[in-house]
Design a protein around this ligand. Structure first.
Ligand SMILES: O=CCCC(=O)O
Length: 430
C-alpha cells in the first residue's frame, strides 16, 4: 500500500489542533479505552511481538501488561502532573501552565516493541500533543498493531505510524509541523537525531544504550543475589539497555558467584517462542547475534576466558559467561546487547566504583550489600542516571528513567516523562 508521508504530516498537524483543545478528562478517557482494548486483546498484541522479534510469548504478554500498568499510572496521575504551579513574587499573580508543543516524532526500537512506544506515546498524547512513530523496520507487525490500537480515538487520529526508512527521518524532523523528537535506540542513532534536531532547534529526548554494572559486595548473600543477577542480564535474551552487563564481584565471592550463576543459567528452557513454558528465546536477528559473537571472540583473543556457553546457531546465542576481563576489551568498552555476562573482581569498593564508571555509558548501576548506609554514602561517586540498591535496575512508570554520558539525556516516565514535551508557559500579572 502506498504511504503518503506529506499527507500524514499534514493530518497529524490538523488533528493536533483538535486534540490540544480536547480537555484532559476526555484525553484520559481515551487512554482508558486504549488500556481496555490492550488487555482484552493481549494475546493478539503479544503474538505480534513474538512474531516480529522471537521473544517467548510469556514475556511478550508481560510486556503488554506493563503497558497497561503505565496507562493506569498516567490515568491516575496526569491531572496532578499537568496542573502547573503558582509562584509567589512581588507581582499580584504568577503561574506556570503546561501546554502541548504540537506533533512529536518518536523513533522507537525493536527490543520492547510495545513498551517503548507506550512510554513515549501515552504521556506525550496526554499532554495534548499528537505523535508520529517511526518504528524499527524489524517489528512491522507490532508497528501496525499499535497504530490500529491507538486509532480507538473518536473523531481524529492522534497516533500515526510512519512506515519509512531511517534515511527519511531527517526530513521528518526538519518538517515545520514536527516540534520535538524522542528517540530510544543506539548511540549512533542518538548522535544523528540529536544533530538534526539541533540544526532545527527542536527539543530532543534520547534514551540510548547502557552497559550497567552490577556490583556485589563482600557481605551480600549470594543465594539471594545470583537469581537477580541472572535475570538482570538474561532478560529479553540480554537485549535491554538497562540489563546488567558487567558484573563486578568482591574477590572473596567471585568464584562462588560464577558457579551459582552458571548453575542458574542451566535451568533455562529453550524452545518454540510461542510455547508458554519457553523461558529463553533467540535474539531478534542473526546479524545481531553475529555482532555479539564478534565482541566475544575479540575479547577472548585479548585474554578473556570463556566459562560457559559461547555457541551461536543463527540468531540463537547461548547464555554465555566470560571472566578475566580487562577494560580495553570490547565486552567491557562496548554495549553487549545479548545474553553475555562478563565477570570481574574487586577488593576495594573504590575500585568497584572506578570500574563501574569506566564505561562511556551512564544509565544505571545495581549494588548489593547489607550495609545500605555505606552504599548511600557513595551515591554521588557514581556517574549514572539511576542507582538501585539491593535491586536490579528496572523501569517502572512511576520512576523517572534515563541516563547521562553516552546513554543520552532527558527522562521518561513519572512526572518528567509527561512534562518532556510541553511548553511551560509563564504567566505574570501585575
Ligand atoms: O531497553 C531499554 C528499556 C528496557 C525497559 O524499560 O525495561
Amino acid at each position: 500500500m502506498h504511504f503518503d508521508l506529506d499527507n500524514t504530516l499534514e493530518v497529524a498537524a490538523r488533528d493536533y489542533e483538535i486534540w490540544k483543545n480536547t480537555d484532559l478528562d476526555s484525553r484520559i478517557a481515551v487512554v482508558k479505552l486504549i488500556r481496555n482494548q490492550l488487555i482484552e486483546q493481549k494475546f493478539k498484541y503479544a503474538t505480534s511481538i513474538t512474531k516480529d522479534m522471537h521473544k517467548p510469548i510469556s514475556q511478550s504478554l508481560a510486556e503488554v501488561e506493563k503497558c497497561a500498568k503505565l496507562c493506569n499510572y498516567y490515568i491516575e496521575e496526569s491531572k496532578r502532573i499537568l496542573k502547573g504551579r503558582t509562584i509567589k513574587t512581588g507581582w499580584s499573580e504568577v503561574y506556570l501552565t503546561n501546554e502541548p508543543l504540537g506533533v512529536i516524532l518518536g523513533v522507537m526500537p525493536w527490543n520492547y516493541p510495545f513498551w517503548q512506544v507506550f512510554r513515549f506515546a501515552i504521556p506525550t498524547l496526554l499532554a495534548g500533543n499528537t505523535v508520529l512513530v517511526k518504528h524499527a523496520s524489524n517489528v512491522p507487525n507490532a508497528a501496525v498493531a499499535l497504530e490500529e490500537l491507538f486509532r480507538i480515538v473518536g473523531n481524529q487520529q492522534v497516533y500515526f505510524n510512519l512506515p519509512i526508512g531511517s534515511e527519511q527521518v531527517e526530513n521528518v524532523i526538519a518538517n515545520p509541523v514536527v516540534k520535538g523528537v524522542s528517540l530510544t535506540g543506539s548511540e549512533a542513532a542518538g548522535k544523528s537525531v540529536a544533530s538534526i534536531a539541533g540544526k532545527w532547534l527542536k527539543p530532543v529526548l534520547l534514551e540510548l544504550g547502557g552497559s550497567n554494572a552490577f556490583i556485589v559486595c563482600e557481605d551480600a548473600i549470594l543465594d539471594e543475589v545470583v537469581p537477580v543477577a541472572v535475570r538482570a542480564r538474561m532478560q529479553n535474551a540480554g537485549q535491554s539497555c538497562i540489563a546488567a552487563k558487567r558484573f563486578i564481584i568482591h574477590n572473596k565471592l567471585k568464584d562462588q558467584f560464577i558457579k551459582k550463576f552458571v548453575k542458574e543459567l542451566k535451568t533455562f528452557k529453550f524452545g518454540d517462542a510461542m510455547n508458554e513454558s519457553t523461558s529463553f528465546g533467540s535474539m531478534a536477528r542473526e546479524d545481531l547475534a553475529e555482532g555479539l559473537e564478534k565482541q566475544m571472540r575479540d575479547s577472548i583473543n585479548m585474554g578473556a576466558t570463556l566459562v560457559h556457553g559461547g555457541k551461536r546457531d543463527g540468531a540463537f546465542f547461548e547464555p554465555t559467561v566470560l571472566t578475566n576481563i580487562n577494560v580495553d576489551m570490547p565486552v567491557f568498552k562496548e554495549e553487549t546487547f545479548g545474553p553475555l555476562a562478563v565477570i570481574m573482581g574487586f577488593d576495594d569498593f573504590d575500585k568497584a566504583v572506578a570500574l563501574s564508571n569506566g564505561s562511556n555509558f551512564g544509565l544505571g548501576v545495581s549494588i548489593f550489600s547489607k550495609d545500605v548506609n555505606f552504599i548511600k554514602s557513595k551515591i554521588a561517586s557514581f556517574d549514572e542516571g539511576a542507582l538501585f540498591i539491593n535491586e536490579m535496575v528496572v523501569s517502572d512508570p512511576s520512576v523517572p528513567f534515563g541516563g547521562i554520558k553516552n546513554s543520552g539525556y532527558g527522562r521518561e516516565m513519572s512526572d518528567e516523562g509527561l512534562l518532556a514535551f510541553v511548553n511551560k508557559k509563564t504567566v505574570v500579572i501585575k
